[in-house]
Design a protein around this ligand. Structure first.
Ligand code: SIN
Length: 285
């Protein structure tokens, strides 16, 4: 089926014409979606009433193996059906709103930092697919930054400086910057992974900055010097010209490429409003 893509930002991100992804099995349409991911890096599919099982099956059809080693699983068993479905919500097992001091809430506040999913694993995350079940009437949007456009805009001297650098990513690091504390066992289970700071994306051959809140240090550099450079790059990449803000509607499925983007949640009144989204991430094998 031929799809149409309506750009929603000058650099990247597009909304796709009506299609029910639950029924998409043919290789040609799946290939068209992958090609559009290479170009736009973020795709918005409205009106996708996925169950978790349907979302998992679609993610596998589109991109293969799933990421199951989430950071959250080290803290607590998920209330959802499968460890491959990340619970992006402020809800407890009974569907009630979590208490403000709930440790799971404190941990998930880390999603408000610019991040890439599963960069703390090897292999890291490739595509993430977030399905909106319940959205607050105000706030709780998700922002995406185009890390390819951010790389392109660097001056030539900086591009040379970044060549060959490697970065350690750790979800414990991003949470610790907010003051979240891990037990020794949790920290041991979340030791992190090392990835290149600049990645070349297969097929498009575009180069992309691979940094985010999980980036704890540049390998072989003094830690403060590395963190300052990482901070400067995140500031550069999150200038408004590189950022698309998605206002959720129930039923939206948004797919993004974690190699080409960073994202973050924006605040909402989580003491009185529910927000529930289910995320599935594939592995960048
Ligand atoms: C995430 O997928 O990392 C969470 C983003 C959000 O809550 O908006």
């Amino acid at each position: 089926m031929a799809l149409t893509f309506q750009k929603v930002h000058p650099c990247f991100a597009a909304e796709v014409s009506p299609i029910d992804l639950r029924g998409v099995h043919d290789p040609a349409t799946l290939a068209e979606i992958r090609a559009a991911m290479d170009e736009y890096a973020v795709l918005v599919f409205p009106s996708q009433p996925f169950t978790d099982a349907e979302q998992l099956a679609f993610a596998q059809r589109l991109d293969g193996e799933l990421h199951t080693k989430t950071g959250a699983r080290v803290l607590v068993k998920s209330r959802l059906s499968n460890e491959a479905v990340a619970d992006i919500s402020n809800l407890d097992e009974a569907g009630g709103i979590m208490k403000s001091a709930d440790r799971r809430r404190m941990y998930s506040l880390g999603n408000r930092l610019w991040h890439t999913d599963a960069s703390f694993q090897d292999p890291p995350g490739r595509y993430s697919m977030l399905s909106a079940k319940i959205v607050p009437s105000v706030g709780g949007d998700t922002e995406f930054a185009d890390m390819r456009a951010a790389y392109d805009a660097l001056d030539p001297e900086m591009k040379v400086r970044l060549e060959g650098l490697r970065v350690h990513h750790s979800i414990a690091h991003s949470r610790q910057t907010l003051g979240f504390e891990f037990s020794a066992d949790e920290a041991e289970a979340l030791k992190g992974a090392i990835h290149p700071l600049v990645r070349t994306l297969p097929r498009s051959n575009r180069r992309s900055l691979y940094v985010a809140a999980h980036a704890s240090r540049i390998v072989d550099w003094p830690v403060p010097e590395g963190r300052l450079l990482l901070r400067d790059l995140i500031e550069h990449a999150t200038q408004r010209e590189f950022v698309y803000r998605h206002a959720w509607r129930v039923g939206d499925l948004v797919i993004w490429d974690n190699r080409a983007t960073m994202h973050r949640a924006t605040p909402f009144d989580d003491a009185t409003h529910r927000r529930e989204l289910h995320r599935v991430t594939t592995l960048d094998l």
